[in-house]
Design a protein around this ligand. Structure first.
Ligand code: FE2
Length: 266
């Protein structure tokens, strides 16, 4: 029965409408749009310009995910929420139909493990799986690019999230150079129920051939559940626009596995 339902949903929208249509994604799940809190939008007008462009591309909901990184971006919900509220007010004036959600992109380190002791204070985001209606509270987290995450730390983080009812979501899983050759860790994370995401810019080759090949491999293996813009600046939106014409997006949408349309829904 489950296989039948899965296949039914996999057919997704009519094939005629797949091409050049980012609207199937509905939600962008990873972006840095809160002004002046990290390496994303530096001020309100830059943030509004990025948001307007993403909306024009067809996104109806944007989850914005400022960095929370103990040394470089020591953000907290108390710092981020008021700035996000200001942004939300300005967006509502201009784009009343657009839904903005505040979450965060947490960096895996011992400070993050400490934050996981108070799950109610974490900046998570909701998702209703379009495939089976399962409801999740999700948390986006990332690793260093130059060094693979410590296995014990990673296992502990996943354990703490999952036992608190939080679904872990790995940011830009194909951008980590140490997993470009040996991709078994990606499979391992997928098998543990961790959601793997790829950035549009990776899929269109902006981070090099190895990152793109890793992303393609992960898509082919069925490990990718979300496509994200990871918008910091206008060039990330150019990549999303480029993805609009890429076969890989059609493949992902047709897979029926993408969670994007359910993100932001409780
Ligand atoms: Fe990011």
């Amino acid at each position: 029965m489950l296989t039948f339902l899965r296949n039914l949903f996999r057919k997704g929208p009519s094939q005629d409408h797949f091409k050049n249509d980012l609207k199937h994604l509905i939600t962008d799940v990873h972006s840095h749009l809160v002004p002046g809190v990290d390496d994303g939008a530096s001020d309100m007008s830059s943030a509004l310009a990025l948001i307007s462009r993403l909306h024009q591309l067809g996104f109806e909901r944007l989850v914005t995910t400022p960095h929370i990184m103990s040394d470089l971006y020591p953000n907290t919900p108390d710092i981020l929420q008021p700035r996000f509220n200001e942004l939300k007010v300005e967006v509502a004036k201009r784009l009343p139909s657009l839904k903005l959600i505040l979450a965060a992109e947490y960096f895996l380190d011992t400070s993050f493990i400490a934050l996981l002791e108070n799950p109610d204070e974490l900046l998570t985001f909701p998702c209703t799986d379009p495939l089976n209606g399962e409801k999740h509270e999700m948390l986006l987290f990332e690793f260093a690019f130059h060094e693979a995450p410590n296995d014990e730390l990673l296992t502990e983080a996943i354990f703490k999230m999952q036992t608190s009812g939080i679904t872990p979501v790995v940011a830009h899983c194909a951008r980590y150079p140490y997993w470009h050759i040996d991709r078994s860790k990606l499979e391992d994370l997928h098998d543990k129920g961790v959601i793997l995401t790829v950035n549009a810019a990776t899929l269109v080759g902006n981070y090099g051939d190895l990152a793109k090949e890793t992303a393609n491999h992960a898509v082919d293996q069925g490990w990718i559940r979300m496509v994200c813009s990871d918008t910091h600046a206008p060039h990330h939106i150019v990549a999303v626009k480029e993805l609009e014409n890429a076969e890989i997006l059609t493949k992902l949408i047709k897979s029926g596995e993408l969670l994007n349309p359910g993100v932001g829904l409780r």
